[in-house]
Ligand binder design. Structure first.
Ligand SMILES: [Zn+2]
Ligand SMILES: [Zn+2]
Length: 708
């Protein structure tokens, strides 16, 4: 249930706290990696350099971010990339000086005095130019938390760290761009200039990074998606709602085929569920109200809208008539007790309840009594009408699957039950955050929920990991990491569901499996989901771009909310554990990633156009030979096309290369005579002549084995 995508769409839950403008907790700071420490230290060096050029500059916050760091600065001079060389020059001097990052702890009053003198975020005191943003930052430090300052050379900053030891530890850096940002991310606050840069341990790593960035631009899935006619967006359909063109649909269907075969072999059952459900189900699951912001607003169905309006109006009319009637018929005559208070009906308006009480006691005039009866009837009729019904587009498949689990009585013999579906979900992402296929509003998820007993958990979890590894081999992901997030016992009942035994047991089991299977993983304390430990699976593309495919979660809270039970061997009832898993993530993000991973040069089994049969010339027997080959391939399920037109062979090959057709079978009269085909592979060129049968058999086996 965890949101799996970070703002830029690439990294995911990996470091979400570094993506926001919020102040980091000490805990988050302790988790900063070496590279993040180095980059954050580079932000101090950046500020030092800017101050040497513009001593009046006022600094706000300078955290590490995903690909580097920034520092927010207020300065009347507008910094542009033309200024970078100058700033970088000063940064180099500071790094060369190899100053120590010296830490001192001060009282709040001392820190405030330093800020008021302009010393914080400055190279010296700056009378009349108080460090206003540092004063604001100081106010955000909770009472009782240590207040620390860091000093490198002359630059003194309010900061909780951590840093590298010395400025000289920053091996390589580069300023990259400028953006603007509001102080503390709030548009009511002043607008600042956000200077971005990146830093690395050494020059080689930095060069590799920039090479990767360049290559990634060429492989951008939005660019290739258009060139290869894979998908499109249309304003009339709506932002973030991709339309899959025929070529992209091939990718989707091949992935589904892979998933279905794999899941079938692993004992999964397939289910299908609607794209929307009643509000009540999401209240049970807890998506409402907690996840409401990410869901499309409710659709209200009101079958009795007109009737309800009519009755509501009638009731209001009667209300008015009863009050007016009571006023004229009963003024000054009656005293009634309402809620123990005696009140005369005098010149003012009587209350409806007062009139009701009088009619109940038979003390009201007849006309009034008739109106009261009519009022009550109308009111009852109104109550009998069904309430408007609210439906939501589903943002997750889990609740639907839970309902399927609960639809029939389950016994321990049915477990583990593995329910799989390529389920379509809809999430309301802010339009500014939509990004190609990486962040969309409709998505199809390689989802499954495994319901099992505690005893079965370890084996089920191991099998899920095996499935990941199988997929990694097929797609040629050589580098991957499983990020195992665990709970913090101190936060049971607040951040984590209060099940100390289950937490310990499942975490131990997950850890065991990870260790035993030799999977590359890291353990991250205190980042689990509310209802169980989770594992984020990250892979790196062929060019080293990092990507979070999916999040697996163990869930020992939600099945109970849905009252899911199975009958045990001893005829008792127990709640199953649930594993949420989606190894191929969503089609949208996964295909977005594959496009970049393969640079659009898909392996044969995935390629939208697998084979193009090209004739040299248009001789009748040759064309007939070509047509027979295409027919044979298509009869075997191969996406083959013939190009038998009058274009020159070179032109036909060039066109097929442009469309990234995987295999070209080029036919000349000599091939025809020998029963051969000349095989050409996209990007590799001519690989020689083969017997027709052999070439076709090769193609079929490469597809069947999903060869890379
Ligand atoms: Zn710092
Ligand atoms: Zn789920």
């Amino acid at each position: 249930m965890e949101r799996e995508i970070a703002k830029d769409g690439w990294s995911a839950t990996f470091a979400p706290h570094f993506m926001s403008d919020e102040r980091k907790t000490l805990e988050q700071r302790n988790q900063m990696t070496d590279l993040e420490r180095l980059r954050h230290s580079a932000a101090h060096v950046l500020a030092t350099a800017i101050l040497r050029i513009w001593p009046e500059a006022q600094f706000a916050a300078g955290p590490p971010v995903e690909q580097g760091f920034y520092y927010d600065v207020e300065l009347s001079h507008r910094i542009t990339p033309e200024d970078f060389a100058r700033i970088e020059e000063e940064m180099k001097k500071e790094i060369k000086a190899n100053n120590v990052f010296e830490r001192t702890v001060v009282s709040r009053a001392e820190a405030l005095a330093l800020a008021e003198s302009g010393r914080l975020g400055g190279l010296s005191e700056r009378p009349g130019n108080a460090s206003k943003f540092k004063i604001g930052n100081l106010a955000d430090i909770p009472e009782g938390e240590e207040i620390s300052l860091f000093k490198n050379g002359d630059f003194l900053d309010l900061c909780a760290g951590p840093h590298v030891m010395r400025t000289g530890n920053i091996g390589a850096f580069k300023l990259t761009h400028v953006a603007s940002a509001y102080y503390k991310g709030d548009e009511k606050n002043p607008q600042l200039q956000r200077i971005y840069g990146t830093a690395f341990k050494n020059k080689t790593q930095m060069e590799e990074y920039f090479t990767m960035v360049e290559e990634a631009k060429k492989r951008d899935h939005r660019k290739l998606g258009k060139e290869l006619e894979l998908f499109t967006f249309d304003e009339d359909v709506g932002p973030g709602l991709p339309l899959w063109l025929p070529n992209g649909t091939v990718l989707i269907e091949e992935l589904e085929k892979l998933a279905k075969e794999t899941e079938f072999a692993a004992g999964y059952d397939r289910v299908r569920t609607p794209h929307l459900a009643r509000e009540n189900m999401y209240l049970t699951s807890g998506h409402l109200p907690y996840y409401a912001e990410s869901m499309f607003p409710a659709m209200e169905l009101d079958e009795f809208k007109a009737k309800r309006a009519e009755l509501t109006e009638r009731r209001a009319q009667l209300h008015g008539m009863i009050i007016a009637g009571a006023k004229s018929l009963m003024v000054g005559t009656t005293i009634v007790r309402i809620h123990g208070v005696t009140s005369p009906i005098v010149g003012g308006a009587p209350k409806l309840e007062q009139v009701f009480e009088l009619t109940d006691k038979g003390r009201a005039p007849e006309q009034l009594e008739a109106m009261v009866l009519d009022y009550k009837r109308t009111d009852e009729e109104l109550m009998r009408l069904d309430e408007p019904d609210r439906y939501y587009l589903k943002a997750m498949n889990c609740p639907h699957h839970h309902k399927i689990f609960g639809a029939v009585p389950r016994s321990y013999r049915d477990l583990p039950l593995r329910l799989a579906e390529y389920g379509t979900c809809y999430r309301y992402e802010q339009s500014g955050e939509l990004m190609g296929l990486m962040r969309v509003r409709s998505m199809q998820m390689n989802d499954a929920h495994i319901y099992c007993t505690e005893e079965q958990f370890e084996e089920e979890f191991r099998a899920v990991n095996e499935m990941y590894l199988k997929y990694f081999r097929i797609f040629g992901f050589e580098k991957y990491q499983m990020r195992f997030s665990t709970h913090d016992p101190a936060k049971l009942g607040q951040k984590f569901v209060d099940e100390p035994e289950l937490w310990k047991k499942t975490e131990d089991m997950v850890r065991n499996v990870l260790i035993k299977s030799g999977i590359n993983y890291v353990e991250v304390p205190n980042e689990a989901a509310f209802y169980g430990p989770k594992i984020d699976v990250q892979v790196w593309s062929a060019i080293g771009k990092e990507f979070t495919i999916a999040t697996n979660q163990v869930d020992f809270a939600v099945p109970a909310r849905f009252k899911l039970q199975y009958r045990t061997r001893d005829n008792a009832f127990e709640t199953p554990l649930c594993i949420h898993r989606a190894p191929l993530g969503t089609h949208e993000r996964f295909i977005g990633f594959l496009i970049e991973h393969y640079a659009g040069n898909f392996p044969l089994w995935l390629a939208p156009e697998q084979v193009s049969v090209i004739t040299i010339g248009t001789d009748e027997p040759l064309v007939a030979y070509g047509k027979a080959i295409v027919a044979e391939l298509r009869a075997n399920g191969v996406r083959a096309q013939g190009d038998f037109g009058t274009d020159k062979m070179q032109g036909k090959i060039q066109q097929a290369e442009q469309r990234k057709v995987h295999t070209m079978l080029v036919l000349g009269n000599r091939d025809l005579e020998a029963g051969n085909v000349s095989v050409r592979l996209h990007g590799k060129g001519n690989v020689g002549a083969k017997k027709r049968d052999e070439a076709i058999a090769d193609i079929l086996s490469a597809i069947k084995e999903r060869r890379a």
